[in-house]
Design a protein around this ligand. Structure first.
Ligand code: ADP
Length: 486
């Protein structure tokens, strides 16, 4: 089953044990750009899930015992091919998920290659195997591959978020079954071709396509699976945790957010405003986005005025156009959900200072960048994740009030803080519940740093050593050094 998207051939089949496998049933893949059907994709179920885990389990011992330097060499080869095919990956991803071609070309796809290079190099150069001496005994810590990793990924940054899991899992010596989101199945399929061409052995990397609720349980409840890493919504995480509980399979969850973006009166206002407007990037479909603008009341009017002036220059349109800043929402269902949040907020008394509805000129799934003011404390628009181009603005008068407002949701993914006062930055950062704090910046991401969420924003951390900690069975071998006879 071959689809052609922007002149690129993309298989609609699964990738299991080094072979393309088709299901009798299929589902349509729709582009958010114009809601056209762009591909037909195999609709996997328990049979395909089982086959993929079997292939991954069968290839696990050989991959686990492949020397780290050889695993690293193969991952660099994957990165080389990603770089060779960068334009193809970028355009297919843009048509599939509606995110900007400009971002895919300049930032995202180079980063995909970097994901593989980083974890390959980290494995070889940076992963420490500590040794401890204890009263005549020697302790040695090793990182043993845990087995089969099931990786379930979302649609908002499909290949970027998939490879952010695939690369460390493969580096750690796990074999992988990747289940991409059904709204964006294409680049996972292209990644399968890339791993084949890179020489990754058959069965080490597998892809199962399908609807989460149909294929999910069979993957997450399989006793042969040693790790589950999932990025997506809180309700789905609960289902996966329940399914994984039967086998006590460790899970890593990266979930939603409702992150605060705090601006103190002493902040560099140009930078604060520029970064605030950037929260519309990817049409607001970013779990990390600082969507609650909390502004010290002394500068509220100035901030809002400058924000609106800058936001007026944001160009919405076809994401293939390199001049576009904000594209469409991922799907009709998601678009209606975003609109529902905005309508209910306005009915409840909030005022749209910007946007507030669909972009009627563009039609389709284009939702106007929106800024809402005046929402009542506790309103759902201030507590629930919208995942669209919708920001709220509120004011505060004291540091303590800002901290209380910032921490006032069930989430704890990220916090963004703008202030010129270093002591204040340290005080406030220390008190915010967040896996990542960005102080006077946003979205700077070093792969050595831990990444994840607190509260309902996630379970566990990945990145650098934390990724190996998750994908490996960490073993300590304690040896009495006086008992050798040979
Ligand atoms: P969203 O609401 O943002 O689409 P989801 O959590 O529903 O997020 O989806 C994220 C990923 O989880 C997708 O790959 C989807 O197919 C998968 N998924 C959905 N339901 C399940 C499930 N019950 N078990 C496993 N994976 C699932």
């Amino acid at each position: 089953m071959i689809n052609v998207v922007a002149d690129v051939e993309v298989s609609g089949g699964h990738w299991i044990g080094g072979e393309r496998v088709a299901s009798a049933a299929t589902f349509d893949d729709v582009s958010p750009i114009d809601e056209a059907v762009i591909a037909r994709i195999s609709r996997g179920g328990a049979t395909e899930a089982h086959a993929a885990v079997s292939a991954a389990a069968a290839s696990s011992p050989a991959w686990a015992s492949t020397p780290p330097t050889e695993r690293a060499r193969l991952l660099h080869r994957v990165a080389d091919i990603v770089e060779d095919r960068l334009e193809r990956l970028a355009i297919v991803e843009t048509i599939d998920n509606g995110a900007l071609l400009r971002s895919h070309l300049r930032g995202v796809m180079p980063r995909v290659a970097h994901n593989f290079r980083f974890f390959a190099d980290y494995l070889v150069n940076d992963l420490h195997h500590p040794d401890f001496e204890t009263r005549g005994h020697h302790n040695h810590v090793s990182w043993d591959p845990s087995g089969v990793a099931v990786l379930i990924t979302p649609w908002n940054a499909p290949l970027m978020l998939a490879t952010w899991k695939v690369a460390p899992a493969l580096a750690a010596g796990c074999t992988v079954v990747l289940k991409p989101a059904e709204w964006t199945p294409l680049t996972a399929s292209l990644l399968a071709d890339i791993t084949k061409d890179a020489g990754i052995p058959d069965g080490v990397f597998n892809v199962v396509q399908g609807l989460g609720e149909e294929v999910g349980d069979a993957l997450t409840g399989d006793p042969r699976v040693s790790r589950i890493s999932f990025t997506g919504s809180v309700p789905t995480a609960r289902l996966i945790a329940r399914s994984a509980a039967a086998n006590l399979t460790p899970c890593s969850f990266e979930l939603g957010g409702k992150s605060p973006f705090i601006v103190f009166a002493d902040a560099d206002m140009d930078s604060a405003v520029a970064n605030a407007v950037e929260q519309y990037d990817n049409a607001g479909q970013v779990c990390l986005a600082g969507v609650r603008l909390l502004v010290e009341d002394a500068v509220l009017d100035e901030f809002v005025e400058r924000f609106l002036a800058r936001a007026a220059a944001v160009r919405q349109g076809d994401p293939r156009d390199l001049a576009t800043d904000v594209g469409p929402q991922i799907s009709r269902e998601h678009f209606e959900r975003v609109d529902g949040f905005v309508r209910r907020a306005v009915t409840a008394g909030a005022e749209a200072l910007l946007g507030g509805g669909p972009n009627e000129q563009l039609g389709g799934l284009y939702y106007r960048p929106t800024l809402l003011a005046g929402a009542a404390p506790g309103a759902e628009i201030l507590t629930d994740e919208v995942f669209g181009p919708v920001l709220t603005v509120q004011s505060f008068s004291t540091e303590d009030e800002a901290i209380a407002m910032a921490n006032g949701t069930e989430f704890g993914l990220a916090g963004v803080l703008f202030t010129g006062d270093r002591a204040r930055a340290e005080r406030v950062s220390a008190q915010l519940v967040a896996g990542t704090m960005w102080v006077n910046c946003f979205f700077v991401r070093d792969l050595r740093a831990p990444f994840g969420g607190s509260r309902h924003s996630g379970v566990g951390r990945e990145g650098g050593t934390w990724s190996f900690d998750f994908y490996c069975d960490v073993k300590n071998t304690c040896t009495n050094v006086d008992r050798w006879t040979t």
